[in-house]
Structure formats: C-alpha cells, structure tokens
Design a protein around this ligand. Structure first.
Ligand code: DC
Length: 225
C-alpha cells in the first residue's frame, strides 16, 4: 500500500498558515487539519465550564470527555465541540488569550497529539500548527515553516477582523500576537521551533498565491523522488 502523504505547516500566530494550508489541501485533494482549532476548542469548553486553567490534570480530564470534530464542508471547515458548532466562538479574544496556557500542559498535548496522529493516519493531509513537523508528524514528506513580521501579521489580522465587522486597535493586535509568540516559543513542552528539515518561507512580502505556489512546487518535487 502506498504511504500516505503528509504536509506539515508550522509557524507563529497569524503567519497565514491556515489560509495557505486550506488552499493547498484543496488543490491537492488532501484533507486539511487545523490543530490550533483543537486547542481552541478545549479552551472554549474550559472557559464555558469554569474549569481551572491552572490545572493540566483538570484540563486533561475535561478533554477526555470532549469530542472535537473538524468537519469538511463545501463552505469550509466547521469545528464542533460535543456536536455544537463553535467555529466562530473559538476565534473570540477570550479564547485567543488563554489558548497558549491551555496548550502548555503535557497531559493535554499528549492526548491532542494522539488524536492528531489518528486523523493523519486515514488520508493524505495538510496539517498546521506549532509542533507538527517537530513532533506530531516527524516523518512528514514536506515540512514548511511560515513566518512574517509582527507588523505584517497584526495588519492581516486587523483586515480579517474588519471584514467580520469588528474594530480592534492595531496596537492591541500587535501586543497580543507578540505575547502569544513569546508563550508558544518559551513553553517547556513542544515549543514552537522550526524542524531542522523544514523549508522556511518568510511571507511578509509574499501574496497568498505566491506562498501556495512555493508549497505546491516543493510537494511536486518531493512526490517525484
Ligand atoms: O494556530 P492557532 O493560532 O489557532 O493556535 C492557537 C494556539 O494553540 C497557539 O497559540 C498555540 C496552540 N497550538 C499548539 O500549541 N500546538 C499546535 N499544534 C497548534 C496550536
């Protein structure tokens, strides 16, 4: 049986991972798995149930009784927590500001990684996150590390928020992104770090199409080996 093809896309918050991962997956006929959405889902449920965010054990116990589904529909990916559609809610600022804490516990990460590997074992995938190339899928045939300046990432988030009718200040977005970078890179368990064998792409001055093109050409080259 032919080995499944895995593409790992890692990088800091708002570097454009999910945008390019979704397009690349569609063009290749692969499924897209947004692992950040899984950590966000747990954070959402923890906030809703009043679970102690300072206890990794309590969060792991909550995760054990939580079903997180990533559904692929024509109109995009929907995220369900115990059957409830939380696609929009998991992007709210209260979730965004706590998700780095929730994702820092080893018990939580172990279970998330177990679930992510099961998902990746079924079909060819494009998976994005922080530790995909280094930890979740260390044998992925293609590993990409996307980065962009904090200013550029905050501006992109700003435009996305405006399109949704929200008007945060650019400065507050910059601060939130820089803080999340710091927490994600400094945590003890599986911190955000580029895998040695990942291709680094700085997207600051690249268009979305430009980034997708680069990824697809790397995939083509690896598939022909
Ligand atoms: O990609 P995102 O911004 O939706 O991710 C939300 C948070 O989840 C991010 O700040 C860190 C965490 N995360 C992680 O620790 N490991 C992953 N594979 C994906 C996300």
């Amino acid at each position: 049986m032919e080995r499944l093809f895995q593409i790992a896309i890692d990088g800091p918050a708002a570097a454009g991972k999910s945008t390019v991962a979704k397009i690349a997956a569609k063009k290749l006929g692969f499924i897209y798995i947004d692992t950040g959405a899984m950590y966000r889902s747990l954070t959402y449920k923890a906030l809703k149930t009043g679970t102690d965010l300072l206890s990794g054990e309590a969060l792991k116990a909550l995760l054990d009784e939580t079903e997180i589904s990533l559904c692929h529909r024509e109109d995009g990916q929907r995220v369900l927590v115990d059957g409830e559609d939380v696609t929009e809610q998991i992007r709210y600022p209260d979730v965004s500001s706590q998700v780095s804490l929730v994702s820092s516990y080893k018990e939580v990460r172990r279970e998330m990684v177990r679930r992510q590997r099961i998902l990746a074992g079924k079909r060819n995938v494009v998976m994005d996150g922080r530790d995909i190339g280094t930890h979740v899928l260390p044998n992925a045939q293609v590993k990409i590390f996307l980065k962009a300046s904090v200013n550029e990432r905050a501006s992109r988030r700003f435009r996305e928020e405006e399109q949704k009718g929200r008007h945060p200040s650019l400065e507050s977005l910059k601060r939130a992104i820089a803080l999340r970078d710091q927490k994600d890179t400094e945590r003890k368990v599986s911190p955000l770090v580029k895998a040695d064998d990942a291709v680094e792409l700085d997207t600051t001055s690249l268009t979305v199409d430009g980034v997708v093109e680069r990824i697809l050409s790397i995939v083509k080259e690896r598939r022909s080996r």
